[in-house]
Design a binder for this molecule. Structure first.
Ligand code: MIC
Ligand code: SF4
Length: 643
């Protein structure tokens, strides 16, 4: 039996476990990336591991999320990350150099390598045939220190593409189509490999859009073959030497195969408030729009922005629309400027923002009250834009540009001939926005600079055999980490100040939660299916831990969040019978006894002391995860292991 692309990379990087689907495996990690909103915690953890230099082939610290410097907090974090990166052997991508995933794809990604990043869209690297995964910051710190990264051996899905995208239809529509088919839970526990004849018609930036949004399926990652298209991209980036061919074996076996005919796709939109709530753009033309945003790690490549520029050229955006354009990297912005396309964008009335995540994470550009915002981004979770009652639609750059011109959601095919866009043979390969670390001799003298916003990382209390606590919160299905630990310009500056950050925990669902949790001392949260989907932010585990949450009981968990809960010593327990969820009421007094025996057997009992009913829970843990929980979290465990 042959191997899939992911299985080949896993086989080469396997340091623990067997490649049996569902079993825990440990992987050697070649490259890591961090961004600033999760990076501070990751580097604080790295410092606590007492390893003098990172042991990866390449580690890069990007500054791209918290670029609004409204007070000293973000600047403090950036200064800390710059100094710690210099000391520990990590490259530092300066603010303004671009969004981590876009820059990493352009300058550092390599076929066949493993990459983990403290950001859930790290799978963007799958466009180059890398095994690239999102992870909690603590896991990234362990990988930087030379430790393995652990996942459950994924199942293998294959999407066979045939045909060719019609004019005005683009890679984003492929992402939305697969979300329509699989939903935000459909990729859980799987690697999605994209293949078939149609794949050859997609450039690396188009593949990157698709790999990026595989995250919204809940997939472990997405991956493309490394072929002549990959070679051409690397050559254009001046690094053809990084190319190695990679494809699946002809007799590789997949758990599920999905066929998509690219020729049959049309422009699509994900409607509020979930990326899988997909409808054709043509059915939504009555939706009036006040804001359009182009950018994010999904759609900010040169290909995308040249296309937007060509559509806007010689036209003005509608008077009721505010259009933002955030290029994905300095390379993209510089090349747009050099070829004149930036002028076409500006002349249309667009507002050009810096090369960063910006509106995608609510860093400015929040819509007006009840406003409709049409975005080329990857997530439209409620409140994420910074405006609680905003309605956010996710679309391709083509639909975004047409919408900005028309003032309502528009099917771009009505605009006539599809403007041709040719990508240059050579991209601008200027890495001056990336600072190199100090060499080993000099590193000892580099001082790590910590400002007052950087508070020590709170430590959890060791697990106890009995947990008696009230259920301080009951939430429904598909709760995102944006619900648990919201982001946005007002809250993100406190990512390294957990006491302050805790004031915002779960406030999207219930403004009284932080105060109630604090008053309760210890508590248990009950959730529905796919609890913790979305971002990799470990703050969605760290902050509840700080507020005394000892266990989360849910119908199912998203992969990265479940790992983060374990890393912070919180039990992620699953209902043996999902219908039991309905029998519990917020405020009930709960008890979980025999925790240590439960860790071994994987079986727990939850007693609702208020109603007297009891429920069976499960928690399938690897021996390593049991040890982490017993030790009180990953940091304590890693120190104990002497890694
Ligand atoms: C996101 O898109 O939600 C983020 C912000 O990039 C997060 C990381 C974070 O919360 O810092 C992610 O996707 O992991
Ligand atoms: Fe940044 Fe948005 Fe991408 Fe997250 S999804 S990395 S916030 S651009």
């Amino acid at each position: 039996m042959g191997y899939t692309i992911a299985q080949k990379i896993i086989r080469e990087h396997l340091v623990a476990g067997k490649m049996t689907p569902g079993a825990e495996i440990g992987l050697r990690i070649d490259q890591t990336l961090t961004q600033d909103a999760t990076g501070t915690m990751a580097y604080l953890a790295l410092e606590a591991m007492h390893v003098p230099r990172v042991r990866t082939e390449l580690s890069v610290a990007y500054i791209d999320h918290n670029t609004l410097q409204c007070g000293f907090e973000n600047a403090d974090d950036h200064r800390y990350i710059q100094s710690v990166a210099r000391k520990y052997g990590v490259r530092f991508s300066r603010p303004g150099n671009g969004i981590c995933h876009q820059v990493h794809l352009e300058r550092y990604g390599k076929p066949g390598k493993t990459l983990i990043g403290s950001d859930s869209h790290t799978p963007t690297g799958g466009a180059l045939g890398m095994l690239a995964m999102g992870a909690g910051g603590m896991d990234v710190a362990v990988a930087m220190a030379g430790g393995a990264y652990y996942i459950n051996m994924p199942r293998m899905f294959k999407v066979n593409l045939s045909g060719k995208l019609p004019p005005w239809v683009s890679a984003k529509d492929v992402s939305l189509e697969i979300l329509r088919i699989l939903s935000v839970r459909g990729g859980r526990g799987a690697v999605i490999e994209w293949g078939g004849e149609g794949v050859k018609t997609l450039s690396v930036p188009e593949r990157a859009t698709i790999a990026n949004m595989g995250t919204e399926l809940g997939a472990t990652t997405s991956i493309f073959p490394s072929d002549e298209v990959t070679r051409a991209f690397l050559r254009a980036q001046g690094r053809e030497e990084d190319f190695v061919p990679l494809e699946s074996d002809f007799d590789a076996v997949y758990d599920r195969v999905i066929d998509i005919d690219l020729s049959g796709l049309e422009p699509l939109c994900a409607c509020p408030h979930s990326p899988d709530n997909v409808r054709p753009a043509r059915e939504l033309e009555s939706v009036q729009v006040s804001q359009v945003c182009v950018g994010s790690c999904t759609n900010s490549s040169l290909r995308d922005l040249l296309r937007v520029a060509a559509i806007l050229k010689g036209r003005r955006i509608a008077s009721g629309v505010s259009l933002s354009v955030s290029p994905g990297s300095r390379q993209v912005l510089q090349m747009l400027a050099d070829c004149g396309a930036l002028s076409d964008i500006l002349a249309s009335g667009a507002r050009v923002l810096e090369c960063a995540c910006g509106p995608c994470i609510g860093m400015g550009f929040s819509p007006a009250s009840g406003g409709v915002s049409v975005r080329t981004f990857n997530r439209n979770f409620e409140g994420r834009s910074g405006t609680r009652d905003a309605q956010v639609y996710l679309v391709s750059p083509e639909v975004a540009a047409a919408t900005a011109l028309c003032g309502h959601i528009a099917d771009p095919r009505a605009l006539g001939a599809y403007p041709e866009v040719t990508l240059p043979e050579r991209f601008l390969a200027d890495d001056s926005g990336v600072l190199l670390p100090a060499d080993e001799a000099e590193a000892a003298n580099v001082e790590v600079v910590r400002g007052p916003n950087i508070r020590p990382m709170p430590l959890g209390e060791p697990l106890s055999d009995t947990i008696v606590a009230p259920m301080t919160l009951k939430v429904g299905d598909n709760i995102t980490t944006d619900h648990i630990m919201p982001a946005g310009a007002k809250i993100l500056p406190y990512r390294s100040n957990v006491p302050k950050l805790s004031e915002f925990c779960f406030t999207v669902c219930d403004e009284t939660f932080p105060a109630r949790a604090r008053a309760a001392g210890r508590s248990i949260i009950v959730g529905g299916a796919n609890y913790g989907q979305g971002s990799s932010r470990e703050h969605a585990a760290l902050v509840p831990m700080y507020l005394g949450v000892r266990a989360v009981v849910a119908k199912s968990f998203a992969r990265i969040h479940a790992a983060n809960l374990i890393n912070y010593g919180i039990l992620p327990l699953t209902f043996a019978d999902p219908d039991d969820y309905d029998c519990l009421t917020q405020g009930d007094e709960l008890a979980i006894t025999g925790v240590f025996a439960g860790l071994e057997s994987g079986k727990f009992t939850l007693l609702d002391k208020t109603t007297g009913k009891s429920f069976a829970l499960t928690c399938a843990l690897s021996p390593r995860q049991r040890d982490i929980l017993r030790a009180g979290g990953l940091l304590a465990y890693t120190k104990g292991e002497g890694k």
